[in-house]
Write a protein that binds this ligand. Structure first.
Ligand SMILES: NC(=O)c1ccc[n+]([C@@H]2O[C@H](COP(=O)([O-])OP(=O)(O)OC[C@H]3O[C@@H](n4cnc5c(N)ncnc54)[C@H](OP(=O)(O)O)[C@@H]3O)[C@@H](O)[C@H]2O)c1
Length: 262
């Protein structure tokens, strides 16, 4: 019995990944975690009905509860073969606006919970081998003025993934890391409230890449930070005579200065 545990599965990228992976023949059981029970139920409704899907409404920073859930999943399925750490939190602030609460909450959800749930799962996964995938961000790869806590927390996720890829190799555990760019979700809405989300990458695009990484196609891609980013199309000039070629905006730093980067 193959079991796959996904955090942050109540909406956005986590939901899209759960739906996509449920189409696979090699995973029979899914365990979805997030706080919103309604969101988790909706994700379950969208998934392949032939799969077993257990939902747990839980805050990923409630470590005692997380430990009990991991133990329960092991009792139910005997192993956890896939762990996907997708849950994330963003409250973009500059240094001088950042409170201890903001900093702590960001790190608790984006970093501490990834450490804790990974450690609890690996206690079991090391007996069977398996795959772990962490969702970081392009924000963790270069400067993001105004997003101090979020960007640095995602840099930590990239670093943790690289270290764990080497550390857990002896158990047959592969560790993957993806860094999406701007993607149409509620979290992105917090970072860029005025953006037209129909023009940016959709959660399903990220889910397709994740599905590939976790298949045979991805066997050489663990331990690397895989960027998933849709290049922005330059808008058409209205006056051909006045047209200057627009700078291709795949540069996250110049993008954030314009206030629109993921
Ligand atoms: N969207 C982007 O542009 C973008 C770019 C790069 C990276 N990412 C990363 O992608 C991941 C998914 O985010 P998203 O864009 O899909 O955002 P989203 O739609 O807002 O989803 C965030 C998910 O995290 C869960 N979550 C947040 N805090 C939690 C907590 N304390 N306990 C349990 N679950 C919690 C939410 O569930 P509940 O609220 O129900 O608990 C939700 O399922 C995040 O790690 C994010 O940093 C997103």
């Amino acid at each position: 019995m193959t079991a796959c545990l996904i955090t942050g599965a109540s909406r956005g990228i986590g939901r899209a990944i759960a739906v996509k992976l449920s189409e696979r023949d090699d995973i029979q059981n899914f365990v979805l975690l997030a706080r919103s029970k309604e969101g988790l139920e909706e994700t379950k409704r969208l998934m392949n009905p032939q799969k077993r899907v257990d939902i747990y409404s839980v805050d990923v920073t409630r470590f005692e509860e997380i430990q009990k859930i991991v133990d329960q999943v092991i009792r139910d399925f005997g192993s956890i073969n896939y762990l996907l750490n997708v849950a994330g939190y963003a409250e973009p602030k500059s240094l001088l606006e950042t409170t201890i609460d903001n900093w702590t909450q960001t790190y608790l959800i984006n970093v501490h919970s990834v450490f804790f749930i990974t450690r609890e799962v690996v206690k079991h996964m090391k007996k069977t081998g398996g795959k772990i995938l962490n969702v970081a961000s392009t924000a963790g790869m270069s400067s993001r003025p105004g997003w101090l806590a979020y960007a640095s927390s995602k840099a930590a996720v990239i670093s943790m993934s690289q270290t764990l890829s080497d550390e857990l190799a002896e158990y047959g555990i592969k560790v993957y890391c993806v860094s999406p760019g701007r993607c149409a979700t509620e979290l992105r809405r917090i970072l860029a409230p005025d953006e037209d989300q129909s023009k940016i990458m959709q959660p399903e695009h990220v889910a397709d890449v994740v599905n590939n990484l976790l298949s045979e196609n991805g066997i050489c891609l663990d331990g690397q930070n895989i960027v998933i980013r849709q290049q922005q199309q330059p808008s058409k000039p209205t006056e051909p005579s006045a047209s200057k070629p627009e700078k291709k905006s795949d540069d996250p730093v110049s993008e954030v200065k314009k206030g629109i980067t993921a």
